[in-house]
Design a binder for this molecule. Structure first.
Ligand SMILES: C[S@@+](CC[C@H](N)C(=O)[O-])C[C@H]1O[C@@H](n2cnc3c(N)ncnc32)[C@H](O)[C@@H]1O
Length: 279
């Protein structure tokens, strides 16, 4: 089934994902869309295990809402007296009608997905001690509007860096850093050196995140170091590698092409300075 720019595909764990014509990518790994939410975001963030009385999670790139759904499922299972707020950021809701075609085998999960769909359509939905708030618009604006809020975990889940560079720049990571509680853990599927370098320049302590199937490892980042950091040798290799030059977007307003071009320029200048070949 297709809607506008999107086409539904079924991934290896039976859950659906969307292929975006604009980005030329699927929203999730074809190894298993819902499994990815559990294995790359909810699990490694350990936000459920670290749950305090009131916990909040920032979910960047809500998409079909699987990361939020997987988190809510885990929260329901642990039956604590705590409360959970999820703030999801998304700029495109043209795929909203396709969310109605998504079916899970587990009736409890399907019913919980009703809460996610309600929040996507209406901006907010609650169930018991859980609230899901959806902020529409460019996530770069939304993170600035959230200034003063503090989160216990961030699910960083835009499209890939080269397709969606505005949500992978050092300046954007700085804005995320300012929204982190000390023990906040940021999770992402990307292990690209320029992504890790961008996070390091923004102040994050950076470590390895789990991979999934045949895919490379992801990345975990934290403000206060509640993760296993990269070895100093690995961190040194990133800093010495001209290919790790991060994206820059000083006023958080640059166009995608300009962000890509600026990085290419910076790499070229660095090569010229050091005389190094960058393959
Ligand atoms: C890989 S998909 C996210 C999948 C999602 N996390 C899930 O659990 O189903 C990336 C999402 O980021 C959104 N996105 C891309 N750039 C954005 C931006 N600048 N601001 C807000 N959302 C953006 C896309 O519209 C897309 O829905």
């Amino acid at each position: 089934m297709t809607t506008g720019d999107y086409k539904i595909i079924i991934t290896d764990d039976g859950s659906s994902s969307l292929y975006s014509g604009e980005y030329g990518e699927t929203m999730h790994t074809t190894d298993g869309a819902f499994s990815e939410a559990v294995l790359k975001h909810v699990g490694p963030s350990r936000v459920i295990e670290r749950m305090e009385e009131e916990s909040s999670v920032l979910d960047v790139g809500m998409g079909l809402g699987y990361n939020a759904l997987a988190l809510m499922q885990r929260f329901c299972e642990q039956r604590s007296g705590a409360s959970l707020t999820v703030v999801s950021l998304e700029k495109d809701f043209s795929f909203l009608p396709l969310m109605d075609t998504i079916a899970f085998h587990d009736p409890a999960l399907q019913s919980l997905y009703g809460v996610v769909k309600k929040a996507a359509a209406e901006g907010r939905a609650s169930l018991g001690r859980m609230t899901l708030q959806v902020i529409r618009g460019d996530a770069r604006d939304s993170v600035q509007s959230l200034s003063g809020s503090l989160f216990d975990a961030i699910f960083q889940d835009p499209y890939s860096p080269s397709k969606n560079p505005e949500l992978w720049s050092v300046d954007y990571f700085r804005a995320l850093y300012s929204l982190c509680r000390d023990r906040c853990v940021l999770t992402t599927y990307s292990s690209a050196p320029h992504v890790r370098r961008g996070m390091m320049e923004a102040g994050f302590i950076v470590g390895r995140g789990p991979g999934m199937g045949m895919k490379r490892e992801g990345t975990l980042a934290s403000r206060g170091g509640d993760i296993v950091p990269l070895s100093s040798e690995d961190a040194g290799l990133i800093l010495a590698n001209p290919k790790s030059v991060p994206y820059r977007d000083r006023d958080l307003r640059s166009r995608r092409e300009d962000i890509l071009e600026q990085r290419t320029r910076e790499i070229r200048e660095m090569k010229a300075k050091t005389g190094r070949q960058v393959r």
